[in-house]
Design a protein around this ligand. Structure first.
Ligand code: BG6
Ligand code: MG
Length: 219
């Protein structure tokens, strides 16, 4: 029985997936490389350095580790500048209401994000107040599709992973949740690909799949 919901952040609770895309696109433009939406979609759930490798697929020269670190830093500076503009208004009202309702129904809510910038996003949008436990890219050693981030979130929620559903917009994220032993709930591009056990057309669909729990909240 599902008692916990563990959410990815970028592209699930807030549309920072688009900000990632724009920042990679700007770097690619400066380097004179193409960066398509398809490449952007493949970067979903993938670590910063892993995403850079996807961007560099279009290059016919090789780069030193030092050059790659500098490029990743350039992208991150551009991305973080955009994050400074985030406000609670960037979380769709239906998303915030869905999270509140799930908590009212007794579910424990966690975050499982690959991003090292999750903290600033949660604070600026007010999402931190709607989540019980948070795991982000600073607390893990292996990025999605490895299950580490979802397993750690279940552990912090004090639930067996089998009692959780993991919600992600990335194929890598859906695989991560499934390998962790959770119900894999896909949304966005991953749902369109039919990758999940649940394929959600929107986050509010969770309210049809997660009825009120007996006993309510005990966290
Ligand atoms: C994931 C995003 O949430 O975080 C990826 O889907 C991103 O696109 C990854 O590369 C790492 O993010 P950051 O903010 O640490 O560069
Ligand atoms: Mg995502």
């Amino acid at each position: 029985m599902v008692r916990g919901l563990v959410f990815d952040l970028d592209g699930v609770l807030v549309h920072t997936d688009e900000l990632h895309y724009r920042a990679w696109k700007a770097l690619a433009g400066r380097l004179g490389l193409p960066f398509t939406r398809e490449q952007g979609d493949r970067c979903r759930g993938v670590s910063r350095m892993g995403s850079l490798e996807i961007l560099l697929e279009g290059s016919n020269r090789s780069y030193t580790e030092r050059e790659k670190l500098r490029m990743a830093e350039e992208k991150n500076d551009c991305y973080r500048a955009q994050l400074q503009e985030l406000t609670p208004g960037d979380v769709p009202e239906r998303t915030a209401e869905t999270l509140r309702e799930l908590r009212r129904r007794g579910y424990r809510l966690g975050l499982a994000s690959s991003s090292k910038n999750a903290g600033v996003i949660l604070t600026r949008t007010g999402l931190d107040a709607l989540l019980d436990r948070v795991v982000d890219g600073n607390q893990i050693t292996r990025s999605k599709p490895d299950p580490e981030v979802f397993l750690r979130a279940a552990q912090l929620l004090e639930l067996p992973p089998e009692d959780c559903a993991g919600v992600d917009d990335a194929l890598a994220g859906v695989e991560s949740a499934r390998t962790a032993g959770m119900i894999a709930a896909a949304i966005g591009p991953a749902a369109l690909a039919g990758a999940g056990d649940w394929n959600l057309e929107c986050l509010a669909r969770l309210l049809d799949l997660c009825p009120p729990l007996e006993g309510g909240r005990d966290l």
